[in-house]
Design a protein around this ligand. Structure first.
Ligand code: B16
Ligand code: MG
Length: 218
């Protein structure tokens, strides 16, 4: 049995925190007298907090001082954390624990590779933190996806070569980051959006142990 490194994105792969990011950003935009759509929100998936706010302000044609920018980031995160603090295991996406437990039983490396600075707190809330050998999140990287830094750091933390790593990602930028890192990319979501991934599944209920064994032993 080979040992591969399995790197999981957080938002959109393990839990659906995108809905909370959307609500918090939307309230912020509304407080500045503009709005944005759920379609625009798609462009914020996998994107760091700073880059998200830059995009949102551009949609609203707003320019703000650096101090105001920092204040808005804090405001958004404070509201977002109120949603996070109400999360529990029921918010874990279908069959994620099953796949994690299978990979752990098969002695595979398991890491988190997320843009979120709140990743540990979220994993703690849904009681999945102990399943991860390594956590690489928005506090550990200087370059956002599609830069491969977050996944390369996760491979280093697992002590597994990038070409022996596999990434589960729901965002286009994340799939591109995995591909640039020379890792196997598995898109979670729609084939139409994630067509650059090596494999795409709607969710983890579609991922069989046969498929995982194939990936492990390839
Ligand atoms: P935070 P992921 C990303 O998580 C989200 O998809 C993205 O919408 C968010 O802006 C980013 O984390 C930063 O999150 O404000 O909590 O630091 O998909 O990379 O797990
Ligand atoms: Mg994501």
């Amino acid at each position: 049995m080979k040992t591969k490194g399995f790197i999981f994105d957080l938002d959109g792969v393990i839990v659906d925190t995108a809905k909370y990011h959307f609500l918090a950003w939307k309230n912020l935009a509304n407080s500045l007298d503009f709005d944005f759509t759920e379609t625009q929100n798609e462009q914020l998936k996998g994107v760091s907090r700073v880059e998200s706010l830059k995009k949102i302000l551009a949609w609203g044609n707003k320019t703000v001082s650096d101090a105001k920018f920092q204040e808005l980031m804090t405001l958004k995160n404070t509201e977002y954390l109120e949603f996070i603090d109400n999360m529990d295991e029921s918010e874990i996406l279908p069959d994620v624990p099953k796949v994690l437990d299978y990979l752990i039983d098969e002695n595979q490396g398991i890491a988190l590779g997320s843009a979120s600075k709140n990743a540990r707190r979220i994993l703690e809330k849904v009681h999945l933190l102990p399943k991860f050998q390594s956590i690489v999140d928005g506090n550990d990287v200087s370059k956002a996806k599609p830069d491969p830094e977050v996944f390369l750091n996760a491979a280093t933390a697992l002590n597994i070569k990038p070409e022996d790593c596999v990434v589960f990602e729901d965002s286009v930028a994340g799939v591109q980051a995995a591909n640039t890192a020379n890792m196997i990319s598995i898109g979670i979501g729609s084939q139409d959006v994630l067509y650059e991934a090596d494999y795409v599944f709607k969710d983890f209920t579609e991922i069989s142990t046969e498929f995982l064994n194939k990936i492990i032993n390839n």
